[in-house]
Ligand binder design. Structure first.
Ligand SMILES: CCCCCCCCCC(=O)SCCNC(=O)CCNC(=O)[C@H](O)C(C)(C)COP(=O)(O)OP(=O)(O)OC[C@H]1O[C@@H](n2cnc3c(N)ncnc32)[C@H](O)[C@@H]1OP(=O)(O)O
Length: 165
């Protein structure tokens, strides 16, 4: 009999155009997320048209992936909506387009009920870290998210499925 997986997919396939995770953006990364409850991770192959120099992925794309994985990690692990306040990225090794990568995010420090520091990693299939990010994310409860216009009612209902897992 198959062993149960030690992780599960987050229901984040929301019907929107987010460049990182939107299922309806044909030009985006269409990231899908899994969690083991301590971190959130995503397997991703950067498409050829996101190339920078030679066959190496553009650094802006790597930054976007790290922002996205840290953002969804913050959402799921703190059960809040988020906006990115700042990110910093270390590009440690070039990342060839077309190869399978793993993005991973986790909490570094919950600073208050309105702010969390996150860290993110981009690893190759041998577990070597190619890029590393640190980010600070503003945390919003549902009513504050409505007030700031971060999500409308339909989106909030969809996001509640993420929180209520
Ligand atoms: C939804 C799915 C997303 C998943 C993917 C995630 C990865 C991708 C994420 C992104 O790309 S996000 C886009 C890039 N980031 C941004 O656009 C954020 C831009 N920055 C801001 O909007 C502001 O800097 C920010 C809201 C974070 C902080 O604003 P302020 O510096 O003006 O806050 P301030 O402390 O001065 O407070 C102003 C008011 O907001 C309130 N406020 C601020 N932060 C709050 C908070 N966290 N919760 C509730 N209220 C808050 C605060 O109480 C106060 O209320 P009052 O005017 O009534 O006094």
């Amino acid at each position: 009999m198959d062993q149960p997986k030690p992780y599960r997919e987050l229901p984040t396939r929301l019907s929107h155009g987010c460049f990182g995770c939107g299922s309806e953006n044909p030009h985006g990364l269409r990231m899908i997320f899994h969690t083991d409850e301590k971190s959130v991770f995503s397997e991703i192959v950067i498409p050829d048209h996101m190339v920078g120099w030679k066959n190496f992925a553009h650094g802006g794309i790597l930054s976007t992936i790290l922002d996205e994985i840290m953002g969804w990690s913050a959402i799921y692990l703190t059960k809040n909506l988020v906006l990115t306040k700042s990110i910093a990225v270390d590009f440690l090794r070039p990342v060839p387009v077309g190869t399978t990568l793993r993005a991973e995010g986790r909490i570094s420090k919950v600073r208050s009920d309105r702010e969390v520091a996150m860290e993110g990693f981009l690893l190759n299939s041998n577990g070597i870290v190619h890029a590393r990010g640190k980010g600070v994310f503003a945390l919003f409860k549902i009513d504050a998210a409505m007030k700031f216009g971060i999500a409308d009612e339909k989106e909030l209902r969809e996001l509640e499925r993420v929180f209520n897992l």
